[in-house]
Design a protein around this ligand. Structure first.
Ligand code: MN
Ligand code: MN
Length: 464
């Protein structure tokens, strides 16, 4: 049973929508490289689509009714959006979820040091990466520094053409005999991912006798001048380095996009846009964009936090629909697409896929009934009945979709946020977009898969 290629559905006119949406997405991921940046942009997009901050509505004691649109922000790193449906919320919501954190290199709390007139930042990588992929390339610095006076300094350096970049060195091939014999997991080790940020003392300043670390002193002076921060302020900072520069069209035919952080913004962005495009729904719609998926969905801003449940309680309260039982019913009666990337079949590495149950570029949005590893361990296994319900919705709307697992049995596997929402007893299935080079600094997606994801999310919010 083979699935059709989505491209063949389009003509010269309708294909323009596919490419136009891909271009909006390309600009989004070029600009939004951290969860904070994604939330900030999501708020701008939501407000221009008529969404209001739920905390303002609570503060003013306003009530909400069918058709109203609100958003809630969790510590600037996660966001939930709701559009109130005509039906009582306890009948259940149609929920889209995706994560907006991506693998990267985080700066340590006490990072700055000088070694032989070179100044470096010590790091601790975030998420699962092949460390050897993250060296010898231009990197940008993104994040915030929170100050004791309550203010925060936002930092982005290395994205504009006239800004400097930073990076992590690799060993020259001429001296790498020993390194090349190592296992790939040991070729570059985590503690050695140090970011080079300076190499020159302040010009025209004569060092005093026995004065040390003049290069570091100059870097600190530049940081003070440019951002108003001091060395101690790194203690309360969230800074990371990510590949510098914009995502790009990929291939002679421009049918793909290469860029940083497709996992999982290639699902988060169309989920957000589908939510914003859906007005006056029958069932309440929700879009959850969360942080920390790459490290286990833990913490206050990950999916394990009670934030979504609490905000749903607040929403129901403002709609005069809250009771503890109604909230539980709302969650249990909900349907969810938990969207995350799948490993698209790669002709360079065919041995890890089982061809009948792999996802392919160009065959549309991917449904994964289960994920997990070693005997489906850790997986949310969506019910057959729910999958049948989705098949009907997708086929009726002529959405191109495919089904897949993440790799061959016992080759590996992966997790998502699906199993966490499933704890409420709601219907949840993993869906998403196929990606090549997952978790590499630059990942690749197909534009038509991105567009089919958008369309599938729209019909899901309307009809699930
Ligand atoms: Mn993911
Ligand atoms: Mn991931």
């Amino acid at each position: 049973m083979e699935r059709e290629v989505a491209w063949s559905k389009y003509n010269e006119e309708s294909i323009k929508d596919v490419f136009a949406f891909a271009e909006d997405y390309r600009q989004f991921i070029s600009k939004c490289k951290t969860e904070r940046e994604c939330v900030k942009e999501a708020i701008v997009m939501a407000e221009s689509a008529g969404y209001r901050n739920l905390s303002d509505i609570i503060a003013r004691g306003k009530t909400l009714k069918a058709g109203d649109k609100v958003y809630c922000v969790n510590m600037n790193k996660a966001i939930v959006l709701y559009c109130v449906g005509k039906q009582p919320i306890e009948k259940g919501m149609n929920i889209l979820g995706a994560h907006i954190d991506s693998p990267r290199i985080d700066i340590k709390q006490n990072p700055l040091y000088e070694d032989n007139q070179l100044v470096l930042l010590d790091t601790h990588y975030y998420g699962g990466i092949k460390k050897y992929q993250w060296v010898a390339m231009p990197m940008a610095l993104h994040g915030i520094v929170a100050l004791k006076n309550g203010k925060s300094v936002e930092i982005t350096m290395g994205e504009k053409a006239d800004e400097p970049v930073v990076g992590i060195s690799d060993l020259l091939i001429h001296l790498a005999g020993e390194q090349m014999d190592k296992k790939a997991s040991k070729v570059v080790e985590g503690e050695d991912l140090n970011v080079l940020v300076g190499s020159m003392p302040e010009i025209g300043v004569k060092p005093k006798k026995d004065e040390k670390e003049n290069v570091k002193k100059y870097i600190l002076k530049l940081l003070k001048k440019q951002y108003g921060i001091e060395e101690e302020d790194f203690l309360s900072a969230e800074l990371c380095v990510v590949p510098a520069g914009a995502a790009r069209d990929y291939g002679f035919d421009k049918s793909m996009i290469i860029g940083y952080g497709h996992d999982d913004r290639v699902c988060a962005y169309p989920s957000l846009v589908a939510q914003l495009n859906t007005e006056n729904p029958e069932r309440t719609t929700a879009c959850i964009l969360v942080d920390k998926e790459e490290i286990g969905s833990v913490g206050a801003t990950g999916m394990h936090s009670k934030f979504f449940e609490n905000m749903t309680a607040e929403l129901m309260n403002q709609c005069n629909q809250f009771s503890e039982l109604a909230l539980r019913r709302a969650l249990t009666n909900s349907n969810m697409l938990s969207s995350d990337v799948n490993s698209a079949f790669d002709p360079n590495y065919p041995s890890v896929s089982e061809k009948k149950n792999a996802s392919y570029f160009g065959k549309g949005v991917v449904f994964m009934k289960y994920t997990g590893a070693r005997g489906k361990s850790g997986s949310n296994d969506a019910s057959a009945e729910y999958m049948a319900h989705l098949r009907k919705i997708m086929d009726d709307a002529k959405i191109s979709y495919q089904t897949a697992e993440l790799g061959k049995v016992d080759v590996g596997g992966g997790g998502t946020i699906a199993y966490i929402l499933a704890n409420y007893g709601m219907n949840v299935i993993d869906s998403g977009v196929g990606v090549q080079n997952m978790h590499a600094p630059y990942e690749v997606i197909s534009k038509v898969d991105l567009y089919e994801a958008l369309k599938s999310y729209e019909v899901f919010l309307r009809n699930a």
